[in-house]
Design a protein around this ligand. Structure first.
Ligand code: PEP
Ligand code: MG
Length: 762
């Protein structure tokens, strides 16, 4: 059963276009299930009906023509109920609708399952048979499994179909993701492909045969060179026989083997990447079919060689490509390096297929003020390259090939957006004081965007979170203590005399160092933050010493420990900090100089920390809530997983109640507290937090002026009334509705075109 499922999925994936894939699918399913008919219907949401896309058993003339309303017939019922229907006598079912144009009169047995992807019915698969019978449980589960397996392939093709329609009918298509940095961008798509593989290559033709052959030759030459270097580097460490594998690789790259076949595909009109894909996939399939395990293994080598050539092909192409003036950067998984490569004045927006609004790359786009949309899953990436598009990163919508009318509409929205931005900017040097005179400290989250952080301290009350790991991530190896010292000194001096809260290394989760391998099934629940530091005291001590040395004569350093969940972690970290101070004092040239131990605090981001505040308040000097992780752990939602992005909600009543409880506990135990998660940078979040008693909020630079502008127009008493109401609600939806009403009532309607609206507040 498993082998049949796999072989159907593989054969379908190897087809070069949608129609052949569906034809292949229906025939293979019909044969595998020993029935007489299999058909696939696609849902066409623009016309509210299903269209027969492929069939083996019904009238082939009806393919692409026969349509059935969403509420019609058994197919409509399967989609409505979103569950299988298995009947022996279809024609006697009350919902059966006879459609003479498809010639299904002769069939009795009917089994159908919906194809659902991310809660959306994409289509319906039907198998039919003349003999009246109920299909067995095994057959039913076989079809359900196939449908689930193929749902994402069909989701992909659904979008491809849309895009093909665009090209021919000039229609705008809309894709939906999650807003991760608000704003509007109009521009042209620019696709970056870092970890490329053959499945992401959409078959494309090219008229310029000579140019494509030349590109292929260049890529082969670069790959040869790469193998040459690899073999040379390894020859000192591994046996000669093992190095010989590179000679075999070189031979495979030879014009007579791989080269000849690829060139022949190019001659057929394919571009170099497609030609390579076709040849490699064919070779891999041939090797895979061999029974000799040794030869079978060669499929891996062939694939590896192919991928390396492909990588060079793509980079040669990208080297000659120029970023458009209005670049909308599109990547499978966006990384900070990709962002850094685009000239700042050209980067207008960012789309990442993978990841979600709470990943660190996403926080970086917010810090840079670049609109971003995350989690547009299952898109054929390359088809976006060069396409004109509009990003509405308030609602998370991406419009491809927009009509002139839509462009005009968005130009106007953007104009209003800029006016609003100017209003915030105009008050940048006014203090953050509410209408009833409450001074709120607004601090900066810094450290993510190392290239642009040149902001002067006059804008803010200091740095509430300095993420030191970003710098470690950009280096090729662990920085030395003295390198760190120079770096920290620079940061401390830049904001002096305002305080700078430096967080010790918080690696793990989605923050990986290339030179420090952490591979885990569940990285966010694994070796992260303080856990790594305590297991590597030498790294921790180095970092603490560098910070303390950098602070000499300045005195604005505070140290914060990430991911603390156990009291022992605080005790051990404190002991190491004491040790660092002691050793430094010993090393110091001047015996009369005494080292000031900086204030030490912890991040409250692991739920267990909330219940230990009475004890911890005696050990630490301050705490800061990491609402990103606290939300992730409290709601059990991976902050980087687009699939569950809608469930990651800091306005969830449980999160709000915990945040409120933290404020009460800290006040009771006289422990200074603040918040440095993304929530504090949203006006609505800041309002609720201030009402809870938070007087120090740390946020991205792009949020600071907006939050200040809002709180200068409100009274804390009004905020408190809102909070009381929100805390009594049972769901985030209700919380958001109440907040929206509050914002309108207090004349902030113009701010409401924001992400939380897109999340379904109505
Ligand atoms: C948080 O978790 O809220 C936080 C500020 O830390 P980070 O986003 O770096 O994990
Ligand atoms: Mg965190």
């Amino acid at each position: 059963m498993l082998a049949t499922l796999r072989s159907i999925a593989e054969s379908v994936a190897q087809q070069s276009d949608l129609q052949s894939a569906l034809n292949c699918f229906v025939t293979m399913v019909k044969d595998a299930m020993h029935t007489e008919c299999c058909s696939v219907y696609f849902a066409d949401y623009s016309q509210d009906n299903f269209i027969l896309m492929a069939t083996d058993g019904l009238n082939p003339e009806a393919i692409g023509k026969f349509r059935m309303g969403f509420t019609e017939g058994l197919v409509g019922l399967v989609a409505q109920r979103e569950e299988p229907i298995n009947v022996a006598h279809a024609q006697s079912h009350p919902r059966f609708k006879l459609s003479p144009e498809v010639n299904e009169e002769g069939y009795n047995a009917f089994l159908s399952v919906p194809v659902v992807h991310q809660r959306k019915v994409l289509g319906v698969i039907v198998v039919q048979q003349k003999v009246a019978r109920v299909f067995s449980h095994d057959e039913e589960s076989f079809l359900i499994t196939l449908s689930a397996q193929l749902a994402s392939q069909l989701a992909n093709t659904e979008i491809q179909t849309l895009l093909q329609q665009d090209a021919s009918s000039h229609r705008t298509s809309v894709l939906k993701g999650v807003s991760s940095a608000p704003g509007i961008a109009l521009g042209d798509g620019y696709v970056v492909l870092p970890h490329i593989d053959f499945t992401s290559i959409e078959p494309q033709h090219s008229d310029n045969i000579q140019q494509q052959i030349q590109l292929f030759h260049q890529a082969v030459a670069a790959t040869r060179q790469e193998f040459h270097i690899l073999a040379k580097t390894l020859s000192d460490d591994i046996p000669k026989e093992a190095v010989a594998v590179f000679e075999v690789y070189q031979q495979l790259l030879d014009a007579k083997s791989l080269g000849k076949q690829v060139e022949s595909e190019i001659q057929q009109g394919w571009n170099a990447k497609t030609a390579l894909k076709l040849v490699i996939e064919k070779l891999v399939a041939q090797f895979d079919m061999m029974s000799d395990p040794y030869i079978k293994e060669r499929a891996i080598d062939v694939n590896d060689i192919g991928l390396r050539v492909l990588q060079h092909l793509v980079s040669t192409e990208q080297a000659v490509k120029h970023y458009p003036d209005n670049t909308i950067l599109i990547a499978h998984t966006l990384t900070p390096t990709m962002l850094a490569q685009v000239p700042k004045e050209k980067l207008k927006g960012v789309v990442s297929v993978h990841g979600s609004a709470n990943s660190h790359a996403s926080i970086l786009t917010r810090a840079m003020g670049v609109p971003a949309i995350w989690g547009i899953e299952d898109i054929p990436l390359l088809q976006f390259d060069g396409k004109s598009m509009i990003m509405d990163a308030y609602s998370g919508r991406l419009y491809i090939s927009p009509s002139q009318m839509l462009v005009n509409e968005y130009v106007e929205i953007k104009r209003k957006d800029n006016i609003l931005h100017d209003k915030f900017e105009a008050e940048h040097d006014l203090p953050p004081i509410t209408l009833d005179g409450e001074r709120i400290n607004l601090l900066l989250n810094a450290g993510l965007d190392l290239s642009t952080e040149t902001l002067s301290a006059s804008y803010c009350d200091g740095v509430g979170l300095y993420r030191t790991e970003s710098w470690f991530m950009q280096k090729g190896q662990f920085p030395t203590q003295s390198e760190q010292e120079v770096w920290y000194r620079e940061v401390l001096s830049r904001y002096h005399p305002e305080p700078v809260v430096m967080r010790t290394l918080d690696i793990g989760g989605d923050k990986i160092l290339d030179y420090f391998d952490i591979k885990e099934e569940n990285p966010f629940l694994g070796w992260r933050g303080i856990r790594v530091s305590l297991d590597h005291p030498e790294l921790f001590l180095d970092q603490i010493k560098a910070m303390i040395k950098a602070n000499a004569g300045l005195g604005n350093l505070q140290i914060m420990l990430p991911m603390v969940g156990h009291s022992e972690e605080i005790d051990e970290a404190m002991a190491l900090i004491e040790q660092a101070c002691f050793e430094l004092q010993d090393e110091w040239a001047d015996p009369f100089y005494t080292i000031d131990r900086p204030e030490i605090g912890v991040m409250l981001e692991v739920p267990s920390s909330v219940y230990l505040l009475p004890e911890w308040s005696k050990k630490i000097d301050f705490c800061s809530v990491g609402s990103n992780d606290l939300t992730q752990y409290l709601l059990a939602v991976d902050r980087t997983n687009a699939q569950v992005a809608d469930l990651f909600d800091p306005y969830h009543p449980s999160v709000l109640r915990v945040l409120n409880q933290i404020a009460q506990q800290c006040e009771l135990h006289e422990l200074p507290f603040s918040l440095c998660g993304e929530l504090g940078g949203e006006p609505e979040g800041a309002i609720l937090l201030i009402a809870m008693g938070y007087r120090r909020l740390s946020m991205n630079i792009s949020s600071l002026n907006k939050v200040k502008w809002v709180l200068r127009r409100l009274r804390v008493t009004n905020m408190e009334a809102l909070l009381e109401n929100c805390l009594a609600q049972p769901s985030s939806k209700q919380v958001r509705r109440i907040i929206k009403e509050f914002m309108i009532e207090h004349h902030f309607a113009e701010l409401l075109y924001t992400s939380h609206q897109a999340k379904g507040a109505s």
